[in-house]
Write a protein that binds this ligand. Structure first.
Ligand code: DGL
Length: 253
């Protein structure tokens, strides 16, 4: 079983990391479209085309399933991709549902890319959950670029957040939804910035659970080594530039 994991960039590694642990018997093909990152400030049709090309590539080199480890690509393209390819295509969307389920009267802060927040998929989800009045959506394109630069400095993050939240009362929020895989790197640092009462939720675990269910592959350790291939915009690479990200994600393990 070879699972393709696709993102515009390094955000997808946060899903790869989770999936590698959940599915030790599977092999992975990781694809980051670094030539075109960021997607979040592009048009829907641009993202559609780029995502289609990447998924087509993954299917052609033998992916048995593809995870869109990217909320932005999912919102622009998941329905079309499911019609176009025979392999399962697993998407991601901001984890609004668990946030609404634990709602106790304060607002839900949703950070995602501009495109995710303005796309129909997210707005339909908000309607379905009847959450229009309780969400506070904030596009954070700066964090995508910072993650691409391996800039995980608390001071720099605080400066970016200050610019957005300076004049906003943070006590009005009860939950923060990280609706972009690039933002997962900042989860612990966000905890330092926001009041401790704010719960931080993301969709990574849910996505991998979904993948496992779809593959019915909750298999025990069937191999001593997983094989992971890395591609950057269609060109095979070694894990060189990605290793430090995986180390960063696993530093507290
Ligand atoms: N990592 C992507 C997401 O989950 C998007 C980042 C970007 O390319 O703007 O939305």
């Amino acid at each position: 079983m070879r699972i393709g994991i696709f993102d515009s960039g390094v955000g997808g590694l946060t899903v790869l990391n989770e999936a590698m642990m959940a599915l030790p018997g599977a092999d992975f093909i990781f694809y980051a479209d670094l030539d075109h990152v960021p997607y979040g400030i592009k048009t829907k049709s641009e993202v559609n085309q780029l995502t289609y090309d990447a998924v087509d590539f993954l299917v052609n080199i033998g992916a048995d399933a593809v995870v869109l480890a990217c909320n932005t690509a999912t919102s622009a393209s998941v329905s079309y991709l499911r019609q176009s390819f025979k392999v399962p295509v697993i998407g991601m969307e901001p984890a609004l549902k668990p946030a609404v389920e634990r709602f106790s009267g304060k607002k839900i802060l949703v950070m995602a890319t501009e495109l995710t927040l303005k796309e129909k998929k997210f707005n339909d989800l908000v309607q379905r959950l009847d959450a229009t009045d309780i969400i506070y959506p904030v596009p954070m394109p700066e964090l995508v670029l910072m993650a691409e630069d391996f800039n995980f400095d608390q001071k720099n993050l605080n400066a970016v957040l200050d610019r957005k939240f300076n004049s906003i009362d943070l006590a009005q929020f009860e939950t923060l939804v990280l609706g972009c895989t690039h933002f997962i790197y900042y989860k612990e640092m966000m905890r330092q910035y926001f009041p401790h009462s704010i719960e931080i939720i993301d969709g990574n675990k849910g996505t991998v659970r979904n993948l496992t269910k779809i593959l019915e592959a909750d298999q025990p350790f069937s191999k001593s080594r997983q094989c992971i291939e890395y591609y950057v915009s269609g060109i095979k690479e070694n894990n060189g530039r990605f290793e430090k990200y995986l180390d960063f994600l696993n530093k507290d393990e």
